[in-house]
Design a binder for this molecule. Structure first.
Ligand SMILES: [Ca+2]
Ligand SMILES: [Ca+2]
Length: 319
C-alpha cells in the first residue's frame, strides 16, 4: 500500500498496487491478455541520473479491468514499465515479462519483504506491506476454487483496505503498521520479539487443514489439504509431500483435534467441539476487526459460518 495522490486515476492505480503489495506472497499473477493495453506514459516521472546515465521507466502500458465488490465499483489497473530501474534493465522483449535481475528470489514473499525493507531503508514512510498467512499471490476473489486450486478469499479484507487508502488520502489517517513474520520488518523495538506479525485469517488461526502453494512451491495459487485423519499427507503438483504437521516427515494426516492439540489450541485431552471452534473463529475475527483489517460485517459472517462449518473436513479434489 502506498500513499495515494488526490488525483482519482492515481488513487485507483494505488488501490491496485495495494492488492499486489498486501498479498505479499509467492508468485505474480499474469495480467489478462484479452484486455486491450493503453499508454500510461503521462504518469512517468522524469529520468534520474545514475552513474551519469539517465535511468527510469521510458514507457508505460496498462490494462484496465472493471469489477465490483459488494456493490462498489472498482477498477483494477495492471501496469507494465519499459526502460531501466536503478540501472537494471526492467524489460527485454515482451513488456509483460520483465527480465528479473539475478538477485531477485523465486519467492514472491521474499521479494515483497525485500521491497518493503528497501523502501524503509530509503526513508520512505508512506507505504505499508501486509503479509497474510496461507496465501501465495492470488486471492480467492479471482481464482477461489478451480480443480485443486483453493485460495483464501482476500476480498473479505479488501473493503477495509480501500477505506484505509481513502482515509489516508483524504484525511491523513495513517493505516496500521506493516505486518510481517520477518523480524527485520516486524520487530519494531529490536528486542528479538515480533511486534506486528503477519495477519492470520480465521481459516489460518483456527485451521481445519493447511493451505500450500500449488502446483509447486513457487506457484501463485494454493491448494488446501484438510485434516481428514485419513491417509498420507498429500503430494503437490511436483510430487513433493505437503508437510502438514511440519515435522519434516511424510506421514499421516491428523484429525482437526490432533492438529489443534499440536498447535496448542486445545489441551492434551480436549476435543474440538463446535463451541470451541466458534470461540476460536470469534477471537480471530474480532482481533482483525479491532486492528482495522476486517469490517464488522466480515467478522460477523465468519462467526456465522463457523456455527455450521464441517468440523470433519473433506478433501479438495484429490488433496
Ligand atoms: Ca519487539
Ligand atoms: Ca509430516
Amino acid at each position: 500500500m502506498v500513499m495515494p495522490r488526490t488525483n482519482l486515476v492515481f488513487r485507483r492505480f494505488v488501490v491496485s498496487c495495494c492488492r499486489v503489495v498486501l498479498l505479499s506472497c509467492v508468485v505474480a499473477g499474469g495480467a489478462s491478455a484479452q484486455v486491450p493495453e493503453k499508454s500510461c506514459d503521462a504518469f512517468l516521472l522524469a529520468p534520474r541520473q545514475v552513474n551519469r546515465k539517465a535511468v527510469g521507466p521510458k514507457a508505460c502500458l496498462m490494462q484496465e479491468t472493471s469489477a465490483t465488490h459488494e456493490g462498489r465499483a472498482l477498477t483494477r489497473l495492471d501496469v507494465g514499465l519499459d526502460g531501466t530501474v536503478d540501472g537494471y534493465l526492467a524489460k527485454i522483449g515482451n513488456i509483460w515479462e520483465p527480465k528479473h535481475p539475478a538477485w531477485m528470489s523465486d519467492s514472491y514473499l521474499e521479494n515483497k519483504r525485500n521491497n518493503a525493507r528497501i523502501l524503509r531503508d530509503k526513508g520512505i514512510t508512506n507505504y505499508r506491506m501486509y503479509e497474510v498467512r496461507g496465501v501465495s499471490h492470488a486471492g480467492g476473489e479471482s481464482e477461489g476454487s478451480r480443480g485443486q486450486i483453493l485460495n483464501l478469499d482476500l476480498a473479505k479484507a479488501m473493503d477495509r483496505f480501500l477505506d484505509m487508502v481513502d482515509g489516508w488520502a483524504d484525511k491523513g489517517i495513517a493505516p496500521p503498521p506493516t505486518r510481517s513474520d520477518w523480524a527485520e520488518l516486524a520487530d519494531a523495538n529490536r528486542d528479538g520479539t515480533i511486534d506486528y506479525p503477519a495477519l492470520a485469517f480465521p481459516e489460518i488461526a483456527c485451521p481445519l487443514g493447511v493451505y500450500f502453494p500449488y502446483p509447486d512451491s513457487t506457484s501463485g495459487t494454493t491448494s488446501f489439504a484438510a485434516f481428514t485423519g485419513d491417509g498420507l499427507e498429500p503430494l503437490d503438483g511436483k510430487k513433493v509431500f505437503v508437510d502438514m504437521n511440519r515435522n519434516g516427515v511424510w506421514d499421516y494426516r491428523e484429525t482437526p483435534t490432533q492438529a489443534w492439540r499440536r498447535l496448542g489450541l486445545l489441551q492434551k485431552h480436549e476435543e474440538l467441539t463446535r463451541d470451541r471452534y466458534v470461540a476460536c473463529v470469534q477471537r480471530a475475527a474480532d482481533q482483525l476487526r479491532k486492528e482495522g483489517f476486517f469490517s464488522d460485517k466480515t467478522a460477523a459472517s465468519y462467526i456465522e459460518q463457523a456455527k455450521s462449518a464441517d468440523l470433519q473436513p473433506k478433501r479438495v479434489g484429490s488433496q
